[in-house]
Ligand binder design. Sequence first.
Ligand code: UD1
Length: 416
Amino acid sequence: MQKLAIQGGNPLRGEVRISGAKNAALPIMCASLLTADTLRLTNLPDLHDVGTMRKLLQQMGVAAEIATNEITFKGDKIDNWEAPYEMVKTMRAAILVLGPLVARFGDAKVSLPGGCAIGSRPVDLHIKGLQAMGAEIAIEHGYIHAKAKKLKGARIFFDIVSVTGTENLMMAAALADGVTVLENAAREPEVIDLANCLRAMGAKITGDGTDNITITGVEKLHGATHHIMPDRIESGTFLVAAAATGGSITLRETRADILDTVLEKLTEAGAKITVDGTSIHLEMSGRPKSVSVRTAPHPAFPTDMQAQFMVLNCIAEGSAMVIETIFENRFMHVQELRRLGAMIDVEGNTSVVRGVDHLEGATVMATDLRASACLVIAGLVAQGETVIDRIYHLDRGYEHIESKLSQLGANIRRIK
Ligand code: UD1
């Protein structure tokens, strides 16, 4: 199993290009199931999850022509409508094939995702939404089996805001008969990116980016070319790493408008941030100030940035509260951070972090994707060497992380 070894203490300095967003790439790749024409996606990040999704689509009969950071899909020979357990268990986003398959072929079989490290994460909202659109759904032998002659537009209310739930039903509705209205829909920028791609393919969608999305089904979708939006979580992770190490970095090819709350919190921590077109510059001098955060659906503070801000608070001046409202078990990084000397108390979904003046390197274990990112930041600020075990989580979501960090002056290497 691969590990990362980091010698802490170097402030991050320099420029880094931000990759395409994982959470936009995965649903948009599934849009290739909605048409027999070609869908060309550019700015695709080179990530393990993108590879897994491509293999899943290929298993279904989608042709994939691969170039650097782009894939051209063609879904004219799809003959297998099943997403097997082996794929879904490693990547929950595989559930995103369900809506498109049942909409275009009237049949889909997708393994139920099991529990995962950050909580139980059910998919009941995806299922209820498809049922409201007329699909018959059976849960058998660990699989969701959905059938429908033709999906019909419906009014669907989400009692919990779900990002992939919104995306799955938006794709299904694109080929349904009539109008679908998604109420209390997710407003994440990645939902808008998917809607932009679907519109380029001929879908009729309005209201994306608000909590009320209207989709008027069309008979057929056609091919398109779509450039994946920048990854706001990768952007935020580099910014926090620079702030925590007292560095000065510039992110290229990103967007400040999708990072509002994160930039606000970094400013509150004492960072100086300037935005110039698609670049964001952060400068930090002195010790960061503690900042409390409470995760909630977009546009509030993203759960995928919670662990990174926890590390910032670990070495900040003062105390802060970190409240997690999206996932019930997303504090597993706390125990690992304590091994580095962090002072964190947890009660239910609330952590109280008291800043210490330094962390000390140790061996730690990554438990999920964003927890891994927080341990990398912790390693960058800690005195001495930090070794992070189980970094396969990191490779699922961060493109070439150690080369990007090395380029910024970090002392980091992969141990194979
Ligand atoms: C997506 C992101 C993930 C991010 C999360 C929250 C992708 C590929 N992943 O995950 O990085 O952390 O949004 O911003 O985009 N829920 C239900 N029933 C459902 C669906 C969800 O109860 O059918 C609950 C979940 O357990 C969770 C909450 O709703 O408590 C939000 O989850 P959801 O937005 O669906 O997360 P994902 O789409 O899986």
